[in-house]
Design a protein. Structure first.
Length: 120
């Protein structure tokens, strides 16, 4: 049996090569979004957003529902931001970006937690 002491909680903190905590902004961002699953999720969300904007700006007479796909992929945070007053492409992109960043942080946390194994 292996006992888990305070070292397990220290591994959650971003550290430098010397083992000291990395409290810089870049270190915190790397800790939040450095997981491969979080990065894959962000790449998919970026691709969906570019696709939705490209399809929606084409010369068609009917309305395109392509913008729904990135919003649903980044829900629930994007839905909250879309409910705020204002509109247009800027609010759409802001809602999708914030939703993707929030969800990627959660995905990264879950991935790190699951890789750590069961608690003793």
């Amino acid at each position: 049996m292996t006992s888990h002491s305070g070292a397990a909680s220290a591994s959650e903190e971003p550290t430098t090569m010397t083992g000291r905590p990395d409290n810089t902004l870049l270190g915190r961002l790397r800790h939040l979004y450095g997981d491969v699953f979080a990065l894959l999720y962000l790449a998919v969300c970026a691709g969906l957003t570019v696709w939705a904007i490209a399809v929606s700006t084409g010369e068609t007479e009917d309305a395109s529902f392509a913008g729904v796909i990135p919003v649903l992929a980044t829900a629930p945070a994007s839905l909250v931001l879309l409910a705020l007053p204002g509109g247009g492409i800027a609010s759409f992109v802001l809602a999708v970006v914030v939703g993707a960043l929030v969800n990627a942080a959660v995905i990264g946390w879950c991935s790190r937690r699951l890789r750590r194994g069961p608690a003793a």
